[in-house]
Design a protein around this ligand. Structure first.
Ligand code: ADP
Ligand code: MG
Length: 696
């Protein structure tokens, strides 16, 4: 195994392997299933399962697993070995079509939002032939969807697939109405840029907050972090290079198109981006990537942090979701071409995105809401909580012209003149970059930048595909009924721009003025997670999801409950962890250090009563006062956590956590962080930010 191309996809039951190993007719049936969604019968499934098993065993597998994505946000797998007894005390290795297609799992042990309780626990996993099976360790993993006995989706894959189908259906209607009779399928694609931190495992292991919460709950800022901007794109350290090399190899073997790696803004922060692919696969691959990152980090005695805000005062981690739609022939429907003003197809799809994002700002905001992301949004590293679109000057002018009906003036400089003879001139992008925008057009795709680093990309893409399907369905209704399609398109474009241009903003999204301006424009600015989540169950949103068959009311309600509960539980764990650290580590350390200083004063006095001990007395006083205050605040946190547990209604409880516990955590931390700057290094019981951030 020498070259990357030999290695790539080595552990994947991909098209090449299928072509080699399946009988021609079976291979064709498999393709009909993947491309056209045709059902597979048991006979065909038996042949595929057998070929899969033989291939898997040759590649070292002994088990198979239905690999799925329950509502925990991570993946789940239950392993079964291939063995089957032969009656003579021996076994053969077997894998049937039935076992490939359908698995059974206890649904009540995963979050179901009340859909499954322990007495009605049956849940099914069903094979998703559109995502290739792969081998992880000793196990053949089969990507599957997960649903309840009654067919409600209990996972992230099912609704994502439904949303892709809805988008396909409505986009095809629009294309047909515009006279395109050849396109067979419209596909949404995603490339997700994943940010993360790497820190030394030994230091990680000494911090309960990192272990239990994935983020630090206390820690004073060191003298230097990222203010000199010297980490972004900086030379990568050898230990990290070694990690990235192993990570690439593992991901490539699994068929993940890992492509770009670089240092990010904060010390110890990095990014990995794959080449974009179909959304369903991109979501599977991102889940795999996160899992493999953690594992490879362990191999290098590192800890990989995927939390949105591991360190206060230092950039958090996001996950940029680059989204586009294209036809099965590879025509990107968001490609403006040389003259966007004349590219009607592009303009229709562009304004559909603008309409969708404006009408469903609340759902987009909801889709990225989590306890972790709450710490990041609106900081000086991530977009604000307001959803707006960056289009850049050229497209904004195109839309202005269409709206006003005036003539288009094109005076954009498209060649970059380097003004240095040895440097060649080159073509410029149509848009500049605007990193402050939550939803930016970047050439031929939209980059949704509000996602936190830890979440599955399925949720935001379910929303993205569904709201786009809705906008397109309204367009299709009009175009299909139009007497003159071209006139109708013109009117539709101009009207949509007028109605939804408020959501376009090309300026500085981090500025205070934008918040005020957005308020005047009537854009939503939802700061808290519980508030954002409520939009999930707004009637207009339920109606939209139901119309396109993505979710029914029960499924949405369940998902809402799961998210609200997860929020409460996360804050509860953080509160318990902080109480533990303060009571059992920080307070005792301060007491111990104070005693050392007090002893010093006493021994000085013993030696000679005239030696000044003001320093000791002042220090002990300051430490004792602060430690007393710390105890008071942690006691308040403790009683507030008890009170939270007594709030019966989950929604009310989430509100209580956000309004009370959230602030309690900060108020405890404030004192602890001051103490950290006063207590001698050797007495501070946990690794500091300075130590952690310089550990690799
Ligand atoms: P940057 O950090 O400059 O935004 P990166 O190269 O880190 O860019 O990531 C860009 C991501 O966008 C990659 O995952 C890339 O594959 C993806 N991408 C590029 N073109 C498209 C497209 N048409 N549709 C979806 N994603 C795309
Ligand atoms: Mg990038």
């Amino acid at each position: 195994m020498n070259t990357v191309s030999d290695l790539f996809g080595k552990l994947v039951f991909n098209d090449k392997v299928m072509k080699e190993r399946l009988p021609k007719a079976t291979y064709k049936r498999m393709h009909d299933a993947i491309d056209g969604g045709m059902p597979l019968d048991l006979e065909v499934a038996n042949v595929i399962a057998n070929a899969m098993k033989d291939w898997a065993i040759e590649n070292g597998a002994t088990h198979f697993s239905h690999w799925f994505q329950p509502m925990t946000g991570i993946t789940a797998e239950k392993h079964d070995s291939f063995i089957s007894p032969t009656g003579d005390g021996k076994v053969i290795m077997e894998f049937s079509g039935k076992a490939l297609i359908k698995g059974e799992s206890d649904a009540s042990s995963f979050p179901s939002g009340g859909i499954r309780s322990t007495f009605e626990a049956r849940g099914y996993t069903s094979w998703d032939p559109s995502s290739y099976a792969f081998i992880k360790g000793k196990t053949l993993c089969i990507p599957t969807a997960f649903c309840s006995y009654n067919g409600e989706a209990l996972d992230k894959k099912t609704p994502l697939l439904r949303s892709m189908e809805a988008l396909n259906k409505q986009a095809l209607r629009v294309l047909r109405a515009m006279g395109d009779n050849s396109t067979q399928k419209v596909i949404s694609s995603v490339g997700s840029e994943q940010e993360y931190f790497l820190i030394d495992k030994d230091l990680y292991a000494q911090r309960k907050d990192l272990i239990y919460c994935g983020r630090t709950l206390l820690g004073a800022n060191p003298p230097k972090t990222q203010e000199l901007d010297d980490h972004f794109f900086g030379a990568i350290k050898p230990r990290v290079t070694a990690f990235m090399k192993d990570l690439d190899n593992e991901l490539w073997a699994l068929g993940v198109y890992a492509k770009t790696e670089h240092n990010e803004a904060a010390p110890c922060q990095f990014e990995i981006a794959p080449i974009y692919t179909e959304t369903n696969i991109a979501a599977d691959h991102n889940q795999l990537t996160m899992e493999i990152m953690k594992k490879v980090a362990e191999d290098h005695n590192l800890a990989c942090l995927l939390h949105e805000k591991p360190f206060n005062g230092i950039s958090g981690s996001g996950k940029h979701n680059n989204w586009s739609i294209s036809t099965e022939k590879g025509e990107n429907l968001l490609e403006p071409g040389k003259m966007p003003i004349e590219n009607t197809k592009f303009l229709i799809f562009l304004v559909a995105v603008i309409k969708a994002v404006d009408e469903y700002q609340d759902l987009l905001r909801m889709s990225i809401a989590s306890a972790g992301n709450e710490h990041r949004l609106g900081g000086h590293e991530a977009p604000p909580a307001i959803v707006s679109i960056f289009l850049g000057d050229e497209l904004t002018r195109v839309l202005d012209t269409i709206e006003s009906g005036e003539e288009y003036i094109d005076d954009f400089e498209r060649v970059m003149q380097t003004k240095v003879q040895v440097l060649p001139d080159f073509a410029k992008d149509t848009t500049d970059r605007n990193r402050t925008s939550p939803f930016a057009f970047t050439g031929n795709k939209f980059e949704f930048r509000m996602l936190g680093s830890g979440i599955s990309i399925a949720g935001p893409n379910i929303v993205m595909n569904s709201i786009m399907a809705e906008a397109l369905s309204q367009f299709a209704d009009r175009l299909e009924g139009a007497e003159n399609v071209n006139d109708e398109i013109k009117a539709l474009l101009a009207e949509t721009i007028t109605q939804h241009k408020r959501v376009i903003f090309n300026g500085d999204g981090y500025s205070k003025q934008w918040e005020e301006e957005a308020d005047r424009r009537g854009l939503l600015n939802v700061k808290s997670t519980p508030e954002a989540l409520k939009h999930y169950i707004a009637d207009k949103n339920i109606a939209m999801f139901e119309k396109h068959g993505v979710f029914n009311r029960t499924e949405i309600r369940a998902r809402y409950d799961i998210k609200v509960e997860a929020y409460c539980k996360t804050l509860n764990i953080e509160a318990n962890t902080l109480m533990d650290m303060i009571n059992r580590q920080i307070i005792p350390a301060v007491v111990e250090y104070s005693a050392v200083i007090a002893d010093s004063a006493l021994s000085k006095r013993d030696l000679d009563a005239s030696i000044p001990v003001d320093l000791e007395i002042e220090t002990v006083k300051e430490l004792s006062v602060l430690n007393g205050e710390l105890k008071k605040r942690v006691n308040k946190l403790s009683s507030d956590v008890c009170a939270a547990g007594k709030v019966r209604c989950m929604e009310e409880r989430a509100k209580y956590f956000r309004e009370t516990i959230f602030d309690d955590l900060l108020s405890v931390r404030e004192i602890a962080d001051r103490l950290e700057t006063l207590v001698a290094e050797d007495y501070w019981p946990i690794p500091t930010y300075g130590e952690i951030l310089n550990s690799i």
